[in-house]
Design a protein around this ligand. Structure first.
Ligand code: NAD
Length: 503
């Protein structure tokens, strides 16, 4: 099997200078990047930055994606990006550069560690130490949306097996590499049985290969509630894009680290490292910004490129600086702080402690990690795919499902007949309830079924694509407005579509 290395974290420190693309960004970006690079340099990080322009300056030239061709070239050549936040211009037509970077570069995993720095940074959860691993490319963020009727808009939730396998394996490998004990999967597969069901299924399958790691799956609603109430019970959490987006912000907020946390976006052979906060234009050019978020991102980057020893050295110096009450304005508090410092002074203080270790906070020890994270190439298994029917979506402005049902009963194609009609997923024909509210968006399921007398249940019969075309022509000829169709398949005799609620 062809393995793809997504991290070069190793026990052997790499001495060669690693080229990285560095974007100073907008707002406070240049100030926090200068502070961060000074610390990296003083600690002896073996990096060779190539500065690139992205963000406001580029948007202002009329480039709606905020990134020039030269910057793309530098990123693709160097494969590692350390990025300050950028300001996304308001108004239509501008694309989010972060989304563009993540998707174009295939950065499938977003990793956000959040650990409490109590009492130096306020949190109600002093023992919190969680890493959220969020799938970064799929789910509702595929951005495929359509208005289908006057009343109804739709967003496609795409979950793929390769996407699930990559992210779930990455989470388990991450747990092993960073000496974590437990991985919790968060899904909503009690409702979304196919999409979230696949994520959960893959978690169970891949989990078999990681029996040394404790495993748990939780429904996202109760999972997020517990994370907010008892974050110390979690270690590594793996989840899909939207849930991950939400819970990683919950985690950062309750950990007190919105201004302090770094994150990374990991791809097959590219990775991007950044703070989780934005460009903070309200405090730009004032030397009051806290560079810790970007510094933590840079620490993740050093670990990723195999410079764990230097990553530990910087992290421990940073923890020691915080412990000694040297704080920027955003975290300065009379009770725990000793001196209020500027962005640049904070960097000086960290540099002055590069040989120090924290006395109370947990010492960083990445050097003892267990090596390279490898994600195997996806191998698609072949399944027998059988067409068994079609869901036809109609725009129909009337409200009586029985009237529509009766009309559709008369329209058949070969053996394919109407099985049911749903409105917003709820079965309204046959035998619907008067109370169910109906919009102008009707899903009409046509299948060819037979009775399995032995097991006393319906079985689907194979249909031909031509029959579907014939059916659609007949519907159209009867004045019905077909807005979309969804073919119904079985894969290896297993139903590849959900049942209507009440079907
Ligand atoms: P923000 O994170 O920039 O600021 C929110 C608040 O936190 C502000 O009061 C700010 O002063 C403070 N803050 C943020 N970082 C800080 C730091 N390092 N030190 C001290 N205080 C800090 O969020 P926002 O105001 O919603 O967004 C500002 C701009 O940043 C927007 O254009 C937004 O699109 C962009 N943004 C970019 C990224 C990114 O590039 N990754 C992420 C989020 C927001």
């Amino acid at each position: 099997m062809n393995n793809t290395s997504v991290s070069v974290q190793s026990k052997t420190e790499i001495t060669k200078k690693i080229k990285i693309a560095v974007a100073k960004g907008d707002g406070i970006g240049p100030e926090i990047m200068d502070a961060t690079l000074r610390i990296l340099n003083a600690a002896g990080a073996n990096i060779d930055p190539e500065f690139i322009d992205i963000g406001e300056k580029v948007y202002e030239t009329g480039n709606t994606s905020g990134i020039s061709d030269e910057a793309w070239d530098a990123i693709r050549k160097n494969k590692i990006i350390l990025k300050s936040p950028i300001t996304t211009p308001q108004g239509k037509g501008y694309k989010s550069l972060n989304v563009t970077l993540r998707k174009s570069l295939g950065l499938f995993a977003n990793v956000r560690p959040v650990s409490a720095l109590y009492p130096y940074v306020h949190t109600n959860f002093p023992d919190m130490d969680v890493v959220i691993i969020r799938e970064n490319e799929e789910d509702l963020y595929a951005g495929i949306e359509h208005q289908q009727t006057q009343d109804v808009v739709q967003c496609l939730k795409l979950i793929t097996r390769p996407g699930c396998e990559r992210i779930v394996r990455y989470a388990f490998e991450y747990a092993r590499a960073y000496n974590r004990k437990k991985v919790t999967c968060m899904v909503k597969d009690n409702i979304m049985k196919l999409t979230d069901g696949l994520f959960h299924q893959v978690f169970k399958e891949i989990g078999q290969e990681y029996k040394d790691i404790e495993q748990d799956a939780q429904i996202i609603d109760i999972g997020s509630a517990r994370l907010a109430a008892r974050p110390e019970e979690y270690d590594v959490i793996v989840t899909s894009n939207l849930y991950g987006d939400i819970i990683s912000d919950i985690a950062a907020e309750i950990g007190g680290s919105v201004g302090m946390a770094g994150s990374c976006n990991i791809g097959k052979n590219m990775a991007m490292f950044e703070a989780i906060h934005g460009s903070a234009p309200d405090i730009a050019n004032k030397q009051v910004a806290n560079p810790s978020g970007l510094l933590n991102a840079a620490i993740l980057m050093l670990s990723h490129i195999g410079q764990n020893k230097i990553a530990d050295k910087i992290k421990n110096a940073w923890l020691a600086t915080l412990e000694q009450g040297i704080h920027t304005e955003d975290i300065y508090k009379e009770e725990v702080s000793k001196s209020k410092v500027t962005t640049s002074q904070f960097a000086d203080e960290v540099i002055a402690r590069l040989d120090a270790k924290p006395r109370h906070l947990k010492i960083s020890n990445l050097v003892d990690g267990k090596g390279t994270i490898k994600i195997p190439e996806y191998v698609r298994k072949t399944a027998r795919k059988t067409l068994v029917g079609v869901d036809v979506f109609l725009d129909w402005a009337e409200t009586n499902p029985n009237k529509l049902g009766k009309a559709l009963e008369k329209i058949n194609s070969y053996k394919m007949k109407l099985k049911m009609i749903t409105n917003r997923g709820v079965k309204v024909y046959p035998d619907g309830l008067e109370e169910t509210f109906c919009t102008d968006h009707w899903r009409c399921r046509f299948v060819s079924t037979d009775m399995d007398t032995k097991n006393n249940k319906f079985i689907y019969q194979e249909v031909q694509f031509e029959q579907i075309i014939d059916l659609l022509s007949k519907l159209h000829a009867n004045g019905l407005d077909v807005i979309k169709t969804e073919n119904l398949y079985e894969f290896d005799e297993k139903r590849g579509f959900s049942l209507g609620q009440g079907e």
